[in-house]
Design a binder for this molecule. Structure first.
Ligand SMILES: Cc1cc2nc3c(=O)[nH]c(=O)nc-3n(C[C@H](O)[C@H](O)[C@H](O)COP(=O)(O)OP(=O)(O)OC[C@H]3O[C@@H](n4cnc5c(N)ncnc54)[C@H](O)[C@@H]3O)c2cc1C
Length: 410
């Protein structure tokens, strides 16, 4: 009988973390990681930040410790079909691979801008280091760049490009950047921070037509009947799970944007031997509905968790169920000021002040759901006020507990 084989599809954050844990059982199993990108795992969070600005170079973003015992990397190869019953996959070249367990860690792809006609192929996106190289090659000094979508990636990228001396127009249909992630008060603060830094923010508007001029520059016609001229257009409309190839076999959750349905240990629901982690996995969230998190740290943690479940199910290790419930957290910089988001802002329907006001150097808000339970907190200029209510967020405590928390001087 051959050696037990575990297949990991995708060598991003979740796939690399899964492979690292699985390698602890080298000698007892063989691990094959198949990934569409033709390079070993690297830090994707740099793609629109240090790698784009040039603060870090391509060689330095490689993840350390990937020379893993018992792990074979099949890079630059795409999996195109999964048979969940036989636990086998087919690669784009036609090769079939069978395994005792399969970890799906395929991440997500940038959403396209819909219906723009022939010039649409001039729109760039940022997901990989190769995308960064393409964007950097397109940027001339002081280039005019239009970013479509003022979410997290759009906001971060606008800051980096502005800092590098580019003229940046940032468009969004919403009234302020990142509002679904940070609530209205911080979103308004971000809008003002962008404008103070010289980013031309156009809110409440949509890109309707993109046309290429005779000199190769681009013209964007917006729904508010204004025009924007740009040399480079970048779409930052969020990312959807890279799971198109998994449709029709019963592993996807349509309610969670086509992510793979998993339980809290990242086992694919209803399919023994299949696991999923990272941006492409939807797990039971705090209110029972499936959620997915698009954070680097969460993808690493989920990859590890999935790998521990694999080792336990194969009888190679004791189950490792002592993982605390995940409270997503994300920190970023908006024109030099640190922003920290903790919890589940997507569940929020309202906000209350937590610290100071937007006029202060530091301020924070707490976000609550329709039942008045705390679901998230956002800090600007410091994370202490946010971290202080971690326990309340974890318990989804009533918003009224904030007052008693403050009164107790905690
Ligand atoms: C520009 C950018 C900036 C970010 N900045 C931050 C940040 O500052 N902080 C933070 O917490 N998070 C950040 N994130 C989010 C974070 O990078 C992701 O949440 C994380 O990378 C998800 O890990 P993953 O393993 O699920 O997917 P990925 O890292 O995307 O890896 C998936 C891998 O699977 C491969 N793949 C896909 N389909 C197939 C297939 N069919 N066959 C084989 N291989 C396949 C892909 O090529 C890719 O290599 C950022 C994301 C982006 C795009």
């Amino acid at each position: 009988m051959g050696m037990t084989r575990v297949l990991v599809v995708g060598a991003g954050a979740a796939g690399s973390a899964a492979a690292t844990v699985l390698a602890q059982a080298a000698g007892e199993l063989e691990v094959v990681v198949v990934s569409a990108e033709d390079r070993l795992p690297y830090n994707r969070t740099t793609v629109n930040k240090g790698l784009l600005s040039g603060a870090v170079d391509d060689a330095s973003i490689a993840l350390p410790g990937m020379d893993l015992p018992g792990v074979t990397w099949r890079l630059g190869e795409r999996v195109v079909h999964l048979d969940p019953v036989d636990r086998s996959v087919r690669l784009a070249g036609g090769e079939q691979l069978t395994a005792d367990a399969i970890v799906l860690a395929v991440g997500a792809s940038p959403r396209p801008v819909p219906g723009l006609g022939p010039a649409a192929d001039r729109i760039l996106t940022l997901r990989s280091a190769a995308d960064t190289a393409q964007l950097r090659a397109a940027l001339t000094p002081g280039a005019a760049v239009a970013i479509v979508g003022a979410g997290l990636i759009g906001t971060e990228t606008a800051g980096v490009l502005r800092q590098a001396g580019h003229r940046v127009v940032l468009l969004d249909t919403a009234a302020a950047p990142m509002a679904p992630l940070v609530g209205p008060t911080v979103a308004k603060w971000i809008l003002q921070a962008h404008r103070a830094a010289g980013v031309d923010v156009r809110v409440g508007t949509t890109l309707q037509t993109l046309s290429e001029q005779a000199d190769q520059s681009l013209s964007l016609a917006l729904s508010d009947e204004t025009q924007v001229a740009a040399e480079v257009v970048l779409a930052a409309l969020g990312a959807a799970p890279d799971t198109g190839w998994l449709t029709g076999i019963g592993v996807l959750d349509d309610a969670a944007a086509g992510a793979v349905n998993v339980d809290d240990q990242h086992r694919v629901t209803g399919w023994p031997g299949l696991y999923a982690a990272g941006d492409s996995a939807a797990f039971p969230g705090p209110d029972g509905a499936r959620v997915r998190i698009e954070h680097w740290g969460a993808a690493l943690a989920q990859g590890r968790k999935a790998a521990h479940a694999v080792l336990a199910d194969l009888g190679l290790r004791e189950p490792d169920n002592a993982v605390p419930p995940e409270l997503p957290s994300y920190s970023t910089y908006v024109h030099g000021t640190k922003l920290t988001i903790l919890g589940w802002p997507q569940l929020a329907t309202g906000e209350v002040p937590l610290l100071g006001t937007p006029e202060d150097e530091r301020f924070a808000v707490a976000l609550h759901d329709a039942d008045g339970r705390l679901v998230a907190a956002v800090g600007v200029g410091g994370a202490r006020a946010v971290n202080r209510i971690t326990d309340l967020l974890q318990r989804r405590a009533p918003v009224t507990e904030l007052a008693s928390d403050a009164a107790a001087g905690r």
